[in-house]
Structures are given as structure tokens and as C-alpha cells.
Design a protein around this ligand. Structure first.
Ligand code: C2G
Length: 129
């Protein structure tokens, strides 16, 4: 079984997120999504509209997602990859190169982002920011 992992906030889930999840799952048989907790989002300088629990609930309903676990800090990725026997780490290419240190533990794949959509654009277009 080829196990894939990806990380993110996944606030106000949109097509860009779902396309990332779809393509990540297509690289293997099992996809774990590591979702930033509200506390870690604060560390990332992000304030998600929906809580960790609600973002987890939504992601668990996505057909491509098999497991959802919390992302509490920047430093847990190696342990997550090792402890979960992950074969492939996937992120959108806005993170290109940032996680290459994981190449010692698994395959690292950066996928093209979906243009024209983002949570911050949604919030801006709705006059929320
Ligand atoms: N994404 C995408 N296309 C978009 C928007 C997002 O492919 N139009 C991808 C991002 O590249 C990322 C994933 O969807 O791989 C989740 O995006 P965010 O929720 O914005 O995640 P981020 O805040 O970048 O958190 O430790 C890593 C961080 O937790 C990543």
C-alpha cells in the first residue's frame, strides 16, 4: 500500500484544496491529511474562519481523504512520515523546495496550485477582510 500525506489549513474548503487532495490520492492508495490546529494557525499568522474540528469534519467527508490528524507545529513532519510509514509527501508548489529535507524519509512531490482561487480571495471578494 502506498501511503501519501499532505498538510494544510483547508479553511473554507474550495476547488483548489479538493484538486490538491484528489491528485495527492492519485499518487497512492491511502491519504492522510494533517490539518493545522487553531493554535498552530495562530503561529502561522493565519486565522481560519472555521475551527479545527469543523475543518477536520469537512475533510473527513472528502472521498479522497482516508485519515485526518492534527498539525500542531512546523517540526512534526519527519515523525509523522516515520510513524505513519508514509511513502509520499505532497504539497502545492507554493511550498516548492521548503520540505526537501523530507527526501531522506519519503518521496517529496510539489503539485501545481489551482490558479484563481484561494481562501484569502474568497474572504476578500466577500468583503470579510
Ligand atoms: N492549494 C492549491 N491550490 C489553491 C489553494 C491551495 O493547490 N488554489 C494547496 C496548497 O498549496 C496546500 C493545500 O492546498 O498544499 C492547503 O492549502 P492551505 O490550507 O493554504 O495550507 P497552508 O496554509 O499553505 O499550510 O505545514 C504546511 C502548512 O500547514 C501548509
Amino acid at each position: 500500500m502506498t501511503k501519501v500525506i499532505t498538510y494544510g489549513t483547508f479553511d473554507l474548503l474550495h476547488k483548489g484544496h479538493v484538486r490538491l487532495l484528489k491528485r495527492a490520492k492519485e499518487l497512492g492508495d491511502d491519504l492522510t491529511v494533517c490539518v493545522s490546529t487553531d493554535e498552530f494557525n495562530a503561529e502561522k499568522g493565519k486565522k481560519a474562519y472555521t475551527s479545527y474540528e469543523d475543518r477536520k469534519y469537512v475533510l473527513e467527508a472528502i472521498r479522497y481523504v482516508d485519515h485526518v490528524i492534527p498539525e500542531n507545529n512546523w517540526d512534526q513532519k519527519i515523525k509523522d512520515v516515520v510513524d505513519n510509514n508514509i511513502d509520499i509527501f505532497v504539497m502545492g508548489d507554493d511550498w516548492e523546495g521548503k520540505f526537501d529535507f523530507l527526501k531522506d524519509y519519503c518521496k517529496v512531490v510539489y503539485l501545481p496550485r489551482t490558479e484563481g482561487i484561494s481562501t484569502s480571495k474568497i474572504k476578500k471578494d466577500l468583503g470579510l477582510t
